[in-house]
Design a binder for this molecule. Structure first.
Ligand code: FPP
Length: 224
């Protein structure tokens, strides 16, 4: 059985779900947040140490302002309501991506990260304003500036995921098969599961089914 330390998820399908059932994309994001909470609980039950969630990509700025504002407000309210609870549960929150939002949200993200810094039951990496290509370019710039030897382990040091093991498993919901500029370096050897269900419909049972199937895979890492 494969050990499972790190699950990464592309939570796709909120917009379609919202339009289909509530005639509003934003309603889909709200429903998607409930799925986030369910999946966090189930991740703890499965004793998985790292959960990386793609919440907002560098490309998502191309969406209408009203949708962007709604997403950030949802995140702000979530952190205000839940950060104490996450902290009590010994969960660490880390942001990967560039924290450049409105001042209130930037501050709340900083506070949440600092408050939970020492926690070690589960680390949630929230990818916000994250893009893998720019992460790699920035890492290269630092590598060159520091005159470090160019090799894999030195490059890895300057990624935002420094110190985090690579994902063992990537799940993408929403019936779309692409990586959308997410963790392109870190996913080099991850097992990838594409799920037909839209993110708000994805539930604990679906998650456990993926985990069960992941555990059965023969992972070779290039060997035979
Ligand atoms: C992709 O679905 C989803 C997002 C860009 C946002 C993800 C946000 C959440 C799950 C809720 C908020 C989470 C937190 C942690 C506050 P899409 O909108 O691209 O869906 P579509 O492909 O159907 O349009």
């Amino acid at each position: 059985m494969n050990p499972l330390k790190h699950v990464a998820i592309i939570m796709d399908g909120n917009g379609r779900w919202g339009l289909r059932y509530k005639n509003s994309r934003n309603a889909g994001h709200k429903a998607g947040l409930s799925t986030v909470e369910k999946i966090i609980k189930e991740t703890i039950k499965n004793k998985i140490k790292f959960l990386t969630l793609y919440a907002f990509s560098t490309e998502n700025w191309r969406r209408p302002k009203t949708e962007i504002n709604y997403l950030f407000k949802l995140l702000e309210n979530f952190l205000k309501d839940k950060i104490e609870d996450l902290n009590k549960q010994n969960i660490r929150l880390k942001i990967i991506g560039i924290k450049s939002f409105y001042p209130k949200l930037n501050k709340l993200l900083d506070i949440s990260e600092k408050k939970t810094f020492k926690n070690n039951k589960l680390q949630i990496n929230l990818a916000l304003n994250y893009g893998s290509k720019s992460e790699l370019v920035n890492a290269c710039k630092v590598l060159v500036k520091n005159k470090d030897k160019i090799n894999e382990s030195n490059l890895t040091k300057y990624l935002q995921t420094e110190g985090i093991p690579d994902p063992d498993l990537l799940i993408r919901t929403g019936n779309t098969k692409r990586l959308s500029n997410f963790l392109l370096w870190q996913l080099a050897y991850s097992e990838i599961f594409f799920e037909k269900k839209l993110w708000p419909d994805f539930n604990e049972k679906d998650y456990n089914k993926v985990i069960k199937n992941f555990k059965k895979i023969k992972r070779n890492f290039g060997k035979i």
